[in-house]
Ligand binder design. Structure first.
Ligand code: FAD
Length: 498
């Protein structure tokens, strides 16, 4: 028997290859209720994952035994009854520990990523294991996979076209003029999942957070392929320039919305980057957009996956800044209506309503606020994991512990990602209607991000003064005549929603 986890749903998990199942190997899928009992997930996420698993089981028909069990171990005992089982390398330390501890289960290599873990470990060791940089890794992957290359040179002679990207949003419109993203249509399997979730909640067995509207993300391979095609044909061309911009009325802009499909294993990253490169070679999308998208997948996604394993299971407990504050209830409950700061209110509402928001709101609105408030990085990681449709342990731990909360003290990034309101103002239309003013540090209209930024630098000034990327603003602290007021104001703010 071959066991498929709920994030191993695409055809590339069933091809023979190294340790893959034969064409007629019986398959096993286990829906373990304890997973949903352990954590308070976003309902849209629970719905998507269960819908995708059950759709896959329906496609595989008699070949699969689909077990509803309390735990994985119970499901396996019931279905495999002592027979040998194979499984592809799971995507979390916990799941890997479990399958390795089970008798008669043999674990094959991971699938769904471009670089084998052993190759990455060799590359990282070669680079000294510390001071690893995504840019170096990304170039290595581009070369190794012949992605956007002309011979041994990067296409058009440039590795990095960030310079042409990262524009502020157009000021004269509330929405980008770009084709709408693919949205699936629900079917009877979605209905059945929704009924089950209602019943579990009614029985008091499981609690969810967030709203469960119509399913917004693909649950099948066919839907995911349609989403990929729609993106490459109609939306990729404008991906690059506005990658980092935010518009209140257009949360998706030109983003691909493919993360949940990639992380469920419905799409293989290789096909995504190849299709994007194909669009550029056919003259259908400019290089800055295509390079930006390829960098996200072959660079960032791949890098994050590799670091999760390379840094090991203890990395999640990193807390270099010694942040220990718990998350307040309004945040945990996604109570956007309690918040007055327009950027946070808007973004938290996006998460509450869809379980998704793009990279910059995650980093520079949500993560930045958590960092400025000094919330415990493990609690912040758990919150992101539960509340996002694309959240899995492997992708959340480096993104939150490393990139967003700087809890690893700089192993993953060169500086903490946080800013005052001026950044949000420049990169969005969110500050115009806000009750706070990005330029104000103190007083009734003080922007919580601007005040929070200086208070954060102040609290960690000793450590940050040694970091050349933030040393300058740290030096500016000495010139702030109102620093004592900022401190007092931030202490008084406590846990209240900004
Ligand atoms: P696009 O902007 O269209 O990018 C294309 C693809 O690149 C994405 O689909 C994704 O697969 C990949 N990608 C880009 N950046 C990253 C990254 N840093 N890590 C992993 N993949 C990346 N991404 C997740 O898939 N799951 C998460 O749980 C997750 N948590 C995040 C938490 C924080 C605090 C931050 C700052 C980022 C997080 N990301 C996560 C990365 C990124 O925000 C999302 O992948 C992206 O917003 C998903 O939307 P999209 O598919 O439209 O992405």
């Amino acid at each position: 028997m071959h066991w498929l986890f709920g994030d191993q749903l695409g055809p590339h998990f069933l091809t023979r290859g190294e340790e893959g199942p034969d064409r007629d190997t019986p398959l096993l899928m286990i829906e373990a209720r304890s997973v949903f009992r352990r954590r308070r997930f976003h309902r849209a996420k629970a719905h998507l994952v269960l819908s995708a698993m059950r759709h896959r089981a329906a496609e595989l028909g008699d070949r699969v035994t689909y077990v509803h069990a309390d735990t994985y171990r119970q499901g396996l005992d019931r279905a495999a009854s002592g027979h040998p089982v194979t499984v592809h390398h799971p995507t979390s330390h916990a799941a890997l520990g479990l399958v390795r501890a089970l008798p008669r289960v043999s674990v094959g290599p991971a699938r769904g990523f471009l670089v084998p873990m052993a190759d990455f470990a060799a590359w990282a060791d070669h680079h000294g294991g510390t001071g690893l940089r995504q840019e170096d890794f990304y170039r290595w992957v581009r070369r190794g996979h012949d992605l956007l290359m002309d011979g041994d040179q990067p296409a058009a002679g440039r590795w990095n076209l960030d310079h042409d990207n990262r524009e502020p949003p157009p000021r004269d419109t509330a929405a980008l003029q770009v084709g709408r993203p693919y949205r699936p249509r629900e079917d009877e399997i979605d209905e059945e999942v929704r009924d089950d979730l209602d019943r579990w909640e009614r029985d008091g067995d499981v609690r969810f957070v967030g709203r469960d509207g119509p399913r917004l993300f693909p649950a099948t391979r066919a839907e995911a392929l349609r989403a990929l095609r729609r993106f490459v044909e109609h939306r990729l061309a404008t991906f690059g320039p506005y990658e980092d911009a935010m518009l209140a009325a257009d949360p998706v802009m030109s983003h691909s919305l493919l993360s949940s499909s990639l992380n469920l294993g419905l799409l293989d990253p290789a096909e995504c980057v190849q299709q994007a490169e194909g669009a550029w070679r056919a003259g259908r999308a400019p290089l800055n957009s295509v390079e930006g998208f390829v960098r996200q997948i072959a660079g960032w996604r791949e890098y994050v996956w590799q670091l999760y394993w390379y840094f090991g299971a203890d990395y999640r407990r990193s807390n270099a800044l010694g942040h220990t504050a718990p998350l307040p209830d309004w945040w945990s409950d996604l109570d956007a209506d309690a918040v007055r700061a327009n950027c946070l209110r808007t973004v938290l509402a996006q998460v509450r309503d869809t379980g998704w928001t793009h990279h910059i709101p995650r980093l520079m609105v949500l993560g930045s606020h958590a960092l400025q408030r000094g919330w415990h990085p493990a609690a912040v990681t758990d919150w992101f994991h539960r509340c996002f449709v694309d959240g899995y342990d492997w992708v959340m731990v480096p993104n939150v512990v490393g990139m967003s909360q700087y809890a690893d003290g700089g192993r993953m990034t060169t500086k903490p990602y946080t800013s005052g309101g001026a950044y949000v103002h420049r990169m969005s239309d969110l500050c115009g209607p806000c009750v706070y003013r990005p330029g104000d540090r103190t007083g009734d209209q003080a922007c919580p991000y601007t005040a929070g930024y200086w208070a954060f630098l102040d609290r960690h000034r000793e450590r940050l003064a040694r970091n050349h990327r933030v040393a300058r603003p740290v030096r500016q602290l000495d010139r702030l005549t109102d620093l004592a007021d900022v401190r007092a104001q931030e202490r008084a703010r406590g846990d209240t929603p900004p």
